[in-house]
Design a protein around this ligand. Structure first.
Ligand code: CUV
Ligand code: SF4
Length: 625
């Protein structure tokens, strides 16, 4: 007998989402929620992390009655290996994205990337200098070429440490060296993890876990940081700007093209093509008022941060956006793109277009996007979207609600500028207690958790307590829709935060970018620690991924902890089958790196935990008596 579908009110906090889930049910379109119902209950062994498929003597399941796999591996070894490979997936995803940006920079320097250029030359020179490249009296091109070589070599296996460790406080680097987690090279650490987790290699759970930390650090201070910094160099460093969010940014009278994925290399070109007068004229010929580019997930964040495009929604809104019936095309690059979007698109007139050789979707229109031909390809893609407008069925269009205003574009450069050129005013505000501390709320949605309930619940609870919130990834759309990303949101904040943000004209929740841009938060923490001559773990800061789902989020969480940042997860990763691994994550790491994970599903209790931690750190710094 088929199960009753879950009541819509329990699935999401948003009216726009509820309206589209109801429409999907009426129209018989399957969504993530239907599939979750079918997959529930999940495999208990996999949930606990105690199933192993690493060789064909197995697969093995570990239980009290069968405490060892065929090879002899116990629950600790199996759980640690599984977690190690899980984090490897995330570190690889961010870092391969980072490498793609180096390749675009290379193509620009070789004159092979029409349409792309170095937009922020000053930043290129600055970051080159930061990693020890001589910049004075040299041509931009020479500096850029050396930077390119250095960043490529950060992926390799000859280095002693990735370049951007130059930003890390010395005390932190000493801690890493002492426990052997200094990240040497991005690919090096990821490959070594695959090696260690082969049968018969690393059979000591804590040892595997430490390597997972090292690999995550190679992501945060390596692959992701390269992704962020080169995106700024090529497409411009974000500055505060206004935009809008939620499904109502999709316009009934326009050609709507949604960009989805993570890498701005494709979507920036799509946006440029959408401004082509010929394409706009053609759209008008077909009866549309124009061409509207809106964002989903992190590609959306990248374009929102730099170009101010509106944000249609986060991870759990991606299917629902198409269900409006008003989307002519979804153009994707890679990561977090549910393969179901091909099926959902086929229920409407929507063209689903993939653009990366390494991320193809059966049933999609494929473009082998590359810097050399990007301009022409982007033109063709937007043209496909425009022509699809003629196929739209107006009787199936329903766009719920009204867009909400948001403010975005808070790079560290922009924040420092807003503060008058240095971080000192922020340090002073923290010292005086107006800003008691800061927490980065990051990561995804997960259909197991009421959509955005924790993301929004936690942000609101923290700003009430004068804790500044920085958001990235899918939490940013959530915060935006909740009205937290505008200066007026200070009305929801505590008195101290209200005073400081009010004076600066900024929101109490700052949109810091996409998932790779969590590296901006790392950099900020390092800069604050350096300014105060302390370690990152001494700062009154925290991180949280309330509704995370992805391997990437696990890597982010782990590099945050390994960098000394106390980190919350709304639900546990699949490690609970090992007491050793679980205890290490939630307490043992404190002694090693000065921070741990904590797992909590209630936003108020989570805020209490951050509060207590921030108080303790403030006292230790002598800020509060
Ligand atoms: Ni990279 S990783 S669901 S889009 S934040 Fe969004 Fe952000 Fe998680 Fe994915
Ligand atoms: Fe089983 Fe060991 Fe093979 Fe894993 S590696 S499947 S535990 S025999």
């Amino acid at each position: 007998m088929a199960k009753e579908p879950s009541p819509i009110d329990e699935l999401t906090i948003w009216d726009d989402a509820k309206a589209m889930i109801a429409k999907a049910r009426r129209e018989g379109v399957e969504t993530v929620y239907d599939r979750l119902d079918k997959q529930t209950p999940h495999c208990k062994f996999c949930e606990l992390g105690t199933s192993c498929r690493n060789c064909t003597m197995g697969p093995c399941r570990i239980t009290p009655k069968m405490p060892r796999g065929v090879c002899g591996a116990d629950a600790d070894v199996v759980v640690a290996r599984n977690f190690g490979r899980f984090v490897a997936g995330g570190a690889a995803a961010h870092s391969d994205h980072g490498r793609d940006l180096i390749e675009v920079l290379e193509a620009i320097l070789e004159g092979d990337a029409e349409g792309y250029r170095i937009k922020d030359e000053k930043k290129l020179v600055r970051i080159a200098g930061e990693i020890g490249i001589k910049t004075q009296g040299r041509q931009l091109r020479d500096v850029a070429e050396e930077l390119l070589e250095r960043l490529f070599s950060d992926f390799g296996s000859r280095g002693k440490e990735v370049s951007f460790l130059s930003r890390v406080p010395e005390v932190r680097k000493e801690k890493w060296a002492k426990i052997g987690v200094t990240p040497r090279g991005v690919d090096h650490e990821i490959v070594e993890m695959m090696h260690r987790t082969h049968m018969g290699v690393d059979n000591d759970a804590p040892n595997t876990m430490l390597h997972a930390a090292r690999m995550a650090l190679a992501d945060g201070w390596g692959g992701s940081m390269i992704g962020t910094e080169l995106s700024d160099v090529i497409f411009g460093t974000p500055k505060p700007s206004k935009s809008t969010a939620n499904l109502a940014v999709i316009k009934e009278d326009k050609v709507n093209l949604l960009v989805h994925g993570h890498n701005p290399v494709v979507s920036e070109m799509i946006l440029a093509a959408a401004r082509d007068p010929k394409l706009i004229a053609r759209a008008k010929e077909l009866g549309a008022a124009g061409i509207n580019i809106a964002g989903l997930c992190c590609t959306g964040n990248e374009l929102l941060m730099r170009q101010g495009i509106p944000m249609a929604g986060n991870h759990l809104m991606t299917e629902l956006a198409i269900i409006t019936g008003a989307v002519e095309a979804v153009v994707v690059d890679y990561q977090c793109i549910m393969p179901s979007l091909v099926q959902v698109s086929s229920c409407y007139h929507t063209k689903f277009i993939d653009t990366a050789k390494k991320a193809r979707f059966t049933g999609a229109i494929h473009y082998d996007f590359n810097p050399k031909t990007a301009q022409k390809q982007a033109y063709e893609i937007v043209s496909l979207a425009v022509e699809a407008f003629a196929e739209r069925d107006p009787s199936r269009v329903e766009i719920p609600g009204q867009p909400v205003s948001i403010m975005s574009g808070f790079s560290n450069e922009a924040v420092v500028e807003a503060l008058g050129g240095t971080l000192t005013p922020l340090v002073d505000a923290i010292a005086q207690g107006d800003v008691r501390g800061a927490v980065g709320i990051v990561g995804c949605n997960n259909p197991k958790i009421k959509h955005d309930s924790l993301n929004v619940g936690l942000a609101k609870e923290l700003i009430k307590r004068d804790i500044l919130v920085l958001v990235t990834g899918c939490v940013s759309s959530a915060a935006g829709k909740a009205g937290l990303l505008v200066p007026e949101a200070i009305e929801m904040a505590g008195p101290g935060l209200k005073k400081v943000c009010g004076a600066l004209g900024i929101p109490p929740v700052l949109h810091y970018g996409s998932c790779v841009d969590n590296s901006r938060i790392l950099q900020l923490c390092a800069a604050l620690a350096n300014e105060l001559h302390v370690d990152i773990s001494d700062l009154p800061v925290g991180a949280s991924a309330p509704e995370w789902y992805s391997e990437k989020a696990a890597s982010i969480g782990l590099y945050a902890v390994a960098s000394g940042i106390y980190t919350h997860l709304g639900h546990a990763p699949n490690i609970l089958g090992s007491e050793t691994v679980t205890n290490l994550a939630v307490s043992g790491l404190e002694d090693l790196v000065g921070a741990t994970f904590f797992i909590e599903s209630d936003p108020i209790k989570t805020a209490d935990m951050f509060d207590a931690r921030i108080n303790a750190k403030r006292q230790a710094l002598g800020l509060d008596k």
